[in-house]
Design a protein around this ligand. Structure first.
Ligand code: AMP
Length: 217
């Protein structure tokens, strides 16, 4: 099973991708998570990427593509790419990289959510600095404000979940990433899912749509 997940920041694609990857026992690859962990551990990759991430801008392709190449080689059997591709050029490169490995993408799951809803969700989003668990004050609040239910760690906000940065991330999404939908639509791979519903309803729709693709491969 080889999938990409599309959708604006805050559409829930990261959490949904994680759930699907666990259910299907394939690797969930979030380029944002890989980059953030590189920044945290101060690697060369992290040093190069930090200023772009902090500004809500896209990290240049030469950095991202080297990283993706390495990741695909290690996960030929199955993966969900979350946060990549983010431009038509990246989608093209992904197609070529997969072809080099003799592989093809099975579907592109696209979570559709309005800007207003996305803004509300992102401003309410927190994660545990200790175990990484995700929370949202609107949809999945912690039992005690500011404290992780799972490990008692402190809940913090991502640097790029501040309002000015979110506005820029949404603009970048509209200009650079939305055209990727057409790229996959023209290849009959796009699965549009209404992401503005309860988490479980969205999961059920994704499972149904993806199941249909595999039944018909
Ligand atoms: P995310 O967690 O997917 O929202 O990504 C956080 C940030 O990482 C983005 O705002 C970009 O700065 C960077 N990033 C993640 N994936 C990519 C990508 N495919 N291309 C360029 N930049 C990326």
């Amino acid at each position: 099973m080889r999938l990409v997940f599309l959708g604006p920041p805050g559409s829930g694609k990261g959490t949904q991708a994680k759930v699907l990857a666990e259910k299907k026992k394939i690797t969930h690859i979030s380029t944002g998570d890989v980059l953030r962990s590189a920044v945290k551990s101060g690697t060369e990759l992290g040093k190069k990427a930090k200023s772009y991430i902090d500004a809500g801008a896209l990290v240049p392709d030469d950095i991202i593509l080297g990283m993706i190449k390495e990741i695909l080689r290690k996960n030929k059997k199955g993966f969900i790419l979350d946060g990549f591709p983010r431009t038509v050029a990246q989608a093209d490169s992904l197609e070529n990289l997969l072809a080099e490995l003799g592989l093809k993408l099975d579907a592109a799951v696209n979570l559709v959510v309005s800007d207003d809803e996305v803004l509300k969700r992102l401003l309410g989003r927190f994660y545990c600095e200790k175990c990484g668990a995700d929370f949202n004050v609107n949809t999945n609040p912690p039992e005690i404000e500011g404290i992780c239910n799972k490990c008692g760690g402190k809940l913090i906000q991502r640097e790029d979940d501040k309002e000015e940065v979110i506005t820029n991330r949404l603009r970048v999404y509209r200009e650079k990433t939305m055209p990727v939908e057409d790229f996959y639509r023209s290849r009959n791979l796009l699965l549009n899912i209404n992401g503005a519903r309860s988490f479980d309803d969205v999961t059920a729709s994704i499972l149904e749509a993806v199941g249909y693709v595999y039944d018909n491969l």
